[in-house]
Ligand binder design. Structure first.
Ligand code: DX5
Ligand code: ZN
Length: 218
């Protein structure tokens, strides 16, 4: 089942609440990009913003942690209302322990991998994640171009994890190229510039879902 997860990184933060209200009934989740200026060369937002979002919507909060020591902060993200918590396989930390901790806290656990990280790293974590996040750009910034080498990793990931695990894709995804990822087996579509960066965000979300559905692998 296709799920649409617009990335808040591209929202107009001066009217974040209004913008979320405009699209919450047309999307499945909100993607929250947390960057620490250490694991990635950029700083975004953290707990206060996520807590504020939780205060205005019941939608699934899909939290993408691009931070070096996620284990330190997991309980805080659980407490403020994240529903899915994704940690990077490349982060210097005990990533298996992080996944176990997220699941023990009753939340969904995601494992994120960069475009150049081999799929085989997922074997280490098998059984402890609900979602794989294949980055289709190097993490750190919105508005980058989709990397086809990363897209081409998706069919093998689908084979490895089966159909009960979500495969999320993130970076450079627009209505015009979403078929590339959906036709290869991805089912959770993150889009920042492609949705919150558009003049009519509700239309962009609806059109994105329609574009996905025609290429869905069933
Ligand atoms: C990049 C972030 C993405 C980003 C995607 O590091 O993880 O979620 O917001 O933005 P677009 O869709 O603009 O590439
Ligand atoms: Zn992201």
């Amino acid at each position: 089942m296709i799920k649409i997860s617009p990335s808040l990184l591209s929202v107009d933060f001066t009217k974040m609440g209004e913008e979320i209200k405009k699209i919450e009934s047309n999307v499945d989740m909100l993607h929250l990009d947390v960057m620490d200026g250490h694991f990635v060369p950029n700083i975004s937002f953290g707990m206060p913003v996520i807590k504020a979002v939780r205060g205005i919507t019941n939608i699934t909060l899909d939290t993408h942690l691009m931070i070096s020591n996620p284990s330190k902060y997991l309980d805080e993200f659980v407490k403020i209302g994240s529903d899915i918590i994704t940690v990077h396989a490349e982060a210097p930390d005990e990533i298996l322990e992080c996944l176990k901790h997220i699941k023990k806290s009753g939340k969904k656990a995601g494992i994120a991998i960069n475009p150049d990280t081999p799929n085989s790293i997922l074997d280490k974590y098998a059984g402890y994640f609900d979602m794989v996040l294949q980055m289709t750009v190097f993490p750190g910034f919105g508005g980058q171009g989709m990397i086809m080498e990363a897209v081409n990793k998706i069919p093998e990931i689908r084979k490895m994890v089966g159909n009960d695990i979500d495969i999320e894709v993130d970076g450079g995804i627009y209505i015009e190229n979403v078929h590339e990822v959906v036709s290869k087996g991805a089912n959770v579509i993150v889009s920042g510039t492609g949705i919150f960066g558009q003049p009519d965000i509700k239309k962009a979300a609806v059109d994105m879902r329609r574009a996905c559905e025609s290429y869905e692998v069933k």
